[in-house]
Design a protein around this ligand. Structure first.
Ligand code: G3P
Ligand code: CA
Length: 280
C-alpha cells in the first residue's frame, strides 16, 4: 500500500529522480521512491508494434544508445528498443553522477513498470503526443485494468495527465471517475488565466502549468475553480519554498530529496482546495 503524503505538497518525481539517474529507468524510479517521492511520473510513447513504452521524446536520439538506436519511437519495435542502452547518455552528460550500472538500464514498457511497483506507489502518467497514437488512451486504461489499478485511479493514486485536452476528454468519456490533470504550455502574454481555468475545470481535477506562470494569484484562481495546481519542473530550492508558501498543491521535480528537505524545513503549509470543493 502507498504511504500517506507527509505534507500538503505532493512531491512528483519527474521522470523518476531524473536529476540523479537516467530518466524513466528502474534506477531513476527506485531512487525516487527511496527518496520518498509521493508520485513517480511517466511519459508514454508507442512502438511500431503498438506497445506503450515510457519515454519522453518522440525519438530515441537523446536518451538511447546502441546500434540502430536512432529515429522515431514509432518506427521501432519493442524488441529493437529493448536492445538499446538507456543509461549511457546520462553518464556522458553528467560524469559526476555517472554509474557503470546505468549502462544496463533498458526502456520500460508501461506493463514492466506496473508489474514492478504494482499498487505500492502513486503513478502520474502522461499521454504524450496522443494525436500521433490514436487509441493510446484505451490502451492505457486497459493496462491499468490488467494490473488492478482502476480503483487506484479513481482514488487519486494514479493521476492521468496530458497537454492534449482532447486526450483528457476522451479518457473522461471512457471513465468519469478518473483524476485528470491538464498540462499547460506557457500562457501567452496578456492572456487571462481565468478563461483557461474555467474551461479546464469542466473536465479535469488539476492543472500542470509551467512553473514560470505560477503566482499566488494563479493558485488562488485555480483553487477558486476547485482545481489543484502541480507546476513543472521545479528544481531550485528558493522556487520550491516560494511556491509552497503561496499554497501550491504539489510540484514536479527532478530532485525529490531537495523538495522534501524544503518542505520539512517549512513545516505545515496551507491545505489545498477550499472546503466547498466536492470531488468531481
Ligand atoms: O508532465 C509534466 C511535465 O513533465 C511536462 O513536461 O516535457 O517534461 O513532459 P515534459
Ligand atoms: Ca511529463
Amino acid at each position: 500500500m502507498t504511504v500517506p503524503y507527509t505534507s500538503n505538497v505532493a512531491i512528483v518525481a519527474h521522470r523518476g529522480a531524473s536529476g540523479w539517474a537516467p530518466e524513466h529507468t528502474v534506477a531513476s524510479y527506485d531512487l525516487a521512491l527511496s527518496l520518498r517521492a509521493d508520485f513517480i511520473e511517466q511519459d508514454l510513447q508507442r512502438t511500431k508494434d503498438s506497445v506503450l513504452v515510457i519515454l519522453h521524446d518522440e525519438t530515441l536520439d537523446r536518451t538511447l544508445r546502441g546500434y540502430g538506436c536512432q529515429g522515431k519511437v514509432a518506427d521501432h519495435t519493442l524488441a529493437q528498443l529493448k536492445a538499446c542502452d538507456a543509461g549511457t547518455w546520462f553518464n556522458e552528460k553528467s560524469p559526476e553522477k555517472a554509474k557503470l550500472a546505468y549502462e544496463r538500464e533498458r526502456v520500460l514498457t508501461l506493463d514492466d513498470l506496473l508489474d514492478r511497483y504494482r499498487d505500492t506507489v502513486r503513478y502520474y502518467i502522461e499521454t504524450k503526443n496522443p494525436e500521433d497514437a490514436p487509441g493510446m488512451e484505451r490502451q492505457l486504461l486497459e493496462a491499468l485494468d490488467r494490473h488492478g489499478l482502476r480503483e487506484a485511479a479513481h482514488g487519486g493514486r494514479v493521476l492521468l495527465q496530458s497537454f492534449s485536452a482532447p486526450s483528457l476528454r476522451l479518457m473522461r468519456g471512457m471513465d468519469r471517475g478518473l483524476q485528470l490533470v491538464q498540462l499547460m504550455e506557457r500562457l501567452p502574454a496578456g492572456e487571462d488565466p481565468g478563461v483557461v481555468l474555467d474551461s479546464v475545470a469542466r473536465y479535469a481535477q488539476a492543472v500542470g502549468p509551467n512553473r514560470l506562470d505560477v503566482t499566488a494569484s494563479f493558485i488562488a484562481m485555480a483553487h477558486a475553480r476547485c482545481l489543484i495546481v502541480h507546476p513543472y519542473t521545479v528544481n531550485l530550492e528558493g522556487e520550491m519554498r516560494q511556491l509552497a508558501r503561496d499554497g501550491i498543491d504539489g510540484m514536479f521535480t527532478d530532485y525529490p530529496d531537495r523538495l522534501r528537505k524544503v518542505l520539512q524545513a517549512l513545516g505545515p503549509t496551507k491545505p489545498a482546495l477550499p472546503a466547498g470543493c466536492a470531488r468531481r
